[in-house]
Design a protein around this ligand. Structure first.
Ligand SMILES: O=c1ccn([C@@H]2O[C@H](COP(=O)(O)OP(=O)(O)O[C@H]3O[C@@H](CO)[C@H](O)[C@H]3O)[C@@H](O)[C@H]2O)c(=O)[nH]1
Ligand SMILES: [Mn+2]
Length: 351
């Protein structure tokens, strides 16, 4: 059963749906998800009715909702993998949790079902420690603390804005790794969560994620579309791109990002070789953009996530735009996204 101490009015669970029948998925998650409001975004390119089982507090958003809100925008498309971001936009809650619809609850080393909502919210409510690494992992967890030598001046920590969960069975590997290790399965449940140090980038996976929408909501946006994009091709990097944006923004705002528990059990669909064809361009491209994200610095005047996205967009256009016109489009999309985020009443207070 879910953790009754969580204030359900603070949480939205956002699901992107390419499957027409979410019954098996939601029945697996019923004990954990049923107390919470669900936002299900039906992939606008998916035909047919979406079936959701009884017993959930759910709002389903479809192509017509997206078109009504986004209008004829050419820079912002909520198709394919990126349709979940529409759910991030329309939510009005403080915390958002998003789980892919091919994942089910995992079990910990004691065979207990992992409550992803409770653990993600615990991660987000406990401070983060990006400025000095605690070698005993999360010092705020029961049974842990700061180790000797950790500066007392830093022990109050900072706000945690993003909680990146992990995966048993099929870890989120890229297509080359999947093709090289088709039999590899992740059976190692590591009971740990830690803050990613400041100025360290990381691959943020959209499969099992939670964030403080009021603090970093607009920083999570799939702006990058490859020049020769297909509906799928460009989206294999959408969370990697937005993950680097949000980590740089969190570093700038002095807030934290955590990785570790909770785990989900991930079942994969699709073929590694097919994925390789789709993903290879994105895999190569990431090598080009990492130095940009490692070096970009935002102005002190940027004190909210919206400010940071606007300034980041300018830097993307100025510094990456000469590499490829797709980055000019990405920068424009980021700027349009902030306008859209503000216009739907989602403006975030300063940190
Ligand atoms: O056209 C689409 C494709 C997918 N979805 C929904 O998005 C998530 C993830 O889809 P899927 O499990 O098929 O793909 P993964 O590769 O495992 O996803 C992870 O990789 C990233 C992109 O490659 C992505 O950000 C991660 O989630 C599911 O809920 C599908 O229903 C869709 O709506 N439309
Ligand atoms: Mn998947």
């Amino acid at each position: 059963m879910s953790d009754s101490s969580i204030n359900t009015s603070e949480v939205d669970i956002v699901i992107a749906a390419i499957n027409s029948d979410l019954t098996p998925f939601l029945n697996e998650w019923r004990p954990i998800f049923s107390p919470f409001h669900l936002i299900i975004v039906k992939d606008p390119d998916m035909d047919g009715e979406l079936h959701v089982p009884e017993g959930f507090n759910v709002d389903v958003f479809t192509k017509s909702d997206i078109n009504q809100m986004v209008g004829s925008s050419h820079s912002i498309l909520f198709s394919g993998y990126s349709c979940r971001y529409f759910g991030y936009l329309v939510s009005r809650k403080k915390y958002i949790i998003s789980i892919d619809d091919d994942c089910v609850p995992a079990k910990d080393n004691n065979g207990h079902i992992v409550d992803v909502v409770a653990q993600h919210i615990a991660n987000l409510k406990a401070p983060a420690t990006p400025f000095f690494f605690n070698t005993l992992y999360d010092p705020y967890r029961k049974g842990a603390d700061f180790v000797r030598g950790y500066p007392f001046s830093l022990r109050s920590g900072v706000t945690c804005a993003l909680s990146c969960g992990l995966w048993l069975n099929l870890a989120d590997y890229d297509a080359p790794t999947q093709a090289l290790k088709p039999e590899q399965r992740n059976s190692r449940y590591v009971d740990a969560v830690m803050t990613v140090p400041v100025r360290s980038l990381m691959p943020v996976s959209g499969i099992n994620i939670a964030f403080d929408r009021e603090v970093v909501g607009p920083a999570l946006f799939p702006a990058l579309r490859l020049s020769a994009e297909g509906k799928i091709r460009w989206e294999t990097v959408e969370d990697i791109w937005s993950g680097m944006c949000v980590k740089v923004i969190c570093d700038h705002l002095g807030i934290g990002v955590k990785t570790g528990i909770p785990y989900v059990w991930r079942r994969e669909r699709g073929d590694a070789i097919e994925s390789l064809k789709k993903e290879w361009e994105g895999v190569k491209l990431m090598e080009e953009v990492v130095p940009f994200f490692q070096s970009v610095r935002l102005p002190r005047s940027a004190v909210t996530a919206e400010d940071c996205v606007v300034d980041m967009a300018k830097a993307v256009k100025e510094q990456l735009g000469k590499v490829d016109p797709m980055f000019v489009r990405a920068g424009d999309a980021m700027a349009d996204w902030v306008k859209l985020w503000k216009s739907v009443g989602s403006s975030t207070p300063g940190v």
